[in-house]
Design a protein around this ligand. Structure first.
Ligand code: FE2
Length: 445
């Protein structure tokens, strides 16, 4: 089976946690996040990696229409048979589609028309939600839409960032954090640093000072999804991995610590960087995380705000994460090490800074393993032993992207609470940083 099906325990079949309730809640959440946007806001595309908010609204609807309604609802008629060409993302088995970088050219259908399509499809899905044989596919559709909510948030942030006026998606007053406005610029050094910089050539593996660590004695760990509860296909099969003794930092690297890296010349020291990373820094003129400004501000869903020195750093690339870890005398964890720690019952995958309702996502900090930002591992995104993509179009969901990307673990402040789990594998290319990406240091023990 491609996607593991929920097996009883933990999720009642009625009330607020039923599959039908999850479906309705997820559809509504997507729309709640678009409510602050105008049709123009929702239609712009800032780069090929990002899609317009309206496209996310439509694509997630195309997914339900294509894989559930068209296949399983007797007599269902497509809302508009021209639209699959516009809103198929990458499914070769579903035929030709508009170029990815042309999604921002779709001024029609309008936002209003797309929302009407959503309502049509959401309504049409109702009879299918009670059919047990469709449960795994519906779980996939919900997880898919949850992924697109996160992409919608990160994509619109990147789009609004292009505007010199720095428009806010949410009014700053909506923020749970008070006093973060630009009128109160903060000194990034004020948050203190637990790191002892390695820029002067300390021996690799030296422990950053003052940090707390989760330690692991090493051994054979069972990695991957165990078959109970929903998981994406790329999380399995479960298999054994030999792990050497290691330690994983309890906290994420903060803005203050990243500022110390900058102040120590981290972006100018070639020896800290992977060769591809150094070439990227030189070529792109990179000198700070994405969205940082020299006056202590960063761009957020609430417009330009003062950075919190104690909050986790985000919007960094794999190259930057690796250089920082080298500078700090540490390293990035492997995805297996991260999961070996996360598998402990002490770590709640639904805990930490993830969202429950439409609100501006912002990293806050804390000691939870999940939440705030996705954490880079040093593991290439590859198939696990005995992995086989499913037949048919949905088999294109994950497997065909297993080339040239790195795995990230955890969950971010833009992740729907309950979406992630210990075996969850996110993946991006090493240079990409428009997601809420950060790092948690590791070291040999
Ligand atoms: Fe998708």
């Amino acid at each position: 089976m491609l996607w593991s099906k929920r097996q009883g325990g933990g999720q009642p079949e009625s009330g607020g946690h039923s599959l039908a309730a999850q479906f309705r809640r997820t559809r509504a959440l997507t729309e709640a996040f678009v409510a602050p946007l105008s049709d123009a806001d929702a239609s712009i595309q800032s780069m090929a990696d990002a899609s317009p908010a309206k496209w996310h609204l439509a694509h997630t609807t195309w997914f339900w229409e294509t894989f559930l309604l068209r296949e399983h609802a007797p007599g269902y008629r497509l809302h508009d048979d021209r639209w699959p060409f516009l809103f198929n993302s990458y499914y070769e088995a579903e035929g030709a589609r508009i170029a990815r970088d042309a999604r921002g050219m779709l001024s029609r259908p309008s936002l209003e028309e797309v929302l009407a399509w959503r309502a049509y499809v959401t309504e049409a899905m109702e009879p299918l939600l009670e059919r047990p044989e469709l449960e795994a596919l519906i779980q996939l559709g919900i997880a898919h839409e949850e992924q697109h909510i996160e992409l919608l948030l990160t994509d619109i942030k990147h789009a609004l960032f292009q505007n010199p006026l720095g428009p806010a998606m949410f009014a700053p007053a909506a923020s749970p954090r008070a006093g973060g406005g630009l009128s109160q610029p903060q000194d990034d050094s004020a948050g203190g640093s637990r790191l002892r910089g390695n820029a002067q050539g300390d021996a690799p593996g030296g422990a950053p000072g003052g940090m707390d660590w989760h330690t692991h004695p090493g051994g054979i760990a069972l990695i991957g999804h165990d078959g109970s509860g929903f998981a994406f296909d790329n999380e399995g099969p479960a298999h054994r991995v030999l792990i050497e003794p290691f330690a994983l930092a309890e906290a994420l690297v903060t803005n203050a610590e990243w500022q110390a890296f900058i102040d120590a010349g981290g972006y100018r020291e070639a020896r800290l960087w992977l060769s591809d990373g150094w070439a990227w820094v030189q070529r792109e003129g990179i000198a700070a995380p994405l969205y940082w400004r020299g006056d202590g501000a960063h761009f957020t869903h609430e417009g330009w705000q003062a950075r919190d020195p104690a909050a986790p750093v985000t919007h960094i690339s794999y190259y930057e994460a690796d250089a920082f870890a080298t500078w700090a005398g540490a390293r990035l964890p492997t995805e297996f090490e991260w999961e070996a720690i996360a598998a402990s019952a002490a770590h709640d995958p639904t805990g930490g800074n993830q969202f429950d309702a439409a609100a501006p996502p912002l990293p806050l900090g804390g000691s939870t393993l999940f939440g705030d930002c996705w954490q880079f591992t040093r593991s290439a995104y590859l198939p696990y032993p005995r992995f086989r993509p499913a037949r048919g179009a949905v088999g294109e969901y994950n497997g065909k992207f297993m080339s040239g990307q790195v795995v990230l673990r955890g969950a971010s402040c833009a992740t729907v609470r309950g979406h992630s789990r210990p075996s969850y594998r996110n993946f991006f290319y090493p240079h990409q940083r428009w997601q809420f990406t950060g790092l948690r240091l590791a070291k040999d023990w």
